[in-house]
Design a protein around this ligand. Sequence first.
Ligand code: HBI
Ligand code: FE
Length: 283
Amino acid sequence: MAVEPVVYGASERPPRGDYSRAGADYTCPQNYAAYTAADHATYHKLYERQSALVPGLACDEFLAALPSLGAKDQIPRFEDINERLFKATGWEVVAVPGLIPEVPFFTLLANRKFPVTDWIRTPAEFDYIVEPDVFHDLFGHVPLLFEPVFADHIQAYGAGGLKAHRLGACEQLSRLYWYTIEFGLMRQKNGLRAYGAGILSSSGELVHAVKSGEPQRIALDVLRAMRTRYKIDSYQQTYFVIDSFQQLFDMTTPDFTPLYAQLKHLSELPADALLPEDKLIER
Ligand code: HBI
Ligand code: FE
């Protein structure tokens, strides 16, 4: 069944994947034979560069789980990762042709299936790609699915997303997603560390988010994050900080329906806003 792909954010460009391969749930088999030697080389180069950068910048849980991705010198087979992942937290990685609509996306997460785009960027896009490719999803998102509390948070996020869709609150929830799962920071015993996939999979933003004096860093407040607009094609001007995955899980377990009602009476905030009640976190 041909499915209508979603266009992510404001980009008018049609997504790149071949959606005719996808089923009704938007998943497809990982097209392993389609990978060229150049694709495997791109993955290997991205993995080498990023894995050399993460010590001292990525959170401890990410560093502990990264080896579970397996292959470094070629694009891993998703079923190999799933051997280990399913035993660890009951999650599995499923291939998708690229970005998929919100309801299928949330439905997969709610069923502990993480959608991973199965194509990889071209060498020309080595340093930056707008849409998530297999490196962003595998290196950025999958290691923390081996961490039980975070894995439960992602499933709860999926279930919450289906509710937000029914309430017309997906834009607000996607801001929380953006400022935590994609670009979140955590205060750990040795200092600030990244846990957001968009930071962990980016060579430039990983150092910027954790070390730069430019951005502001604010203790995570769910309502504040849901009010705050974000940019999809530049470094973040604001990062939100948690103290642990348990704290993130506890902050996002309650029903968000009252928050969505409150948000109707609160103005949206630009990405660089700073409010008097914001708790600034120093590097
Ligand atoms: N689709 N494959 C894929 N991966 C994502 O991260 C993704 C998506 N569709 C929608 C989406 N993310 C965001 O809009 C979420 O906030 C729902
Ligand atoms: Fe992502």
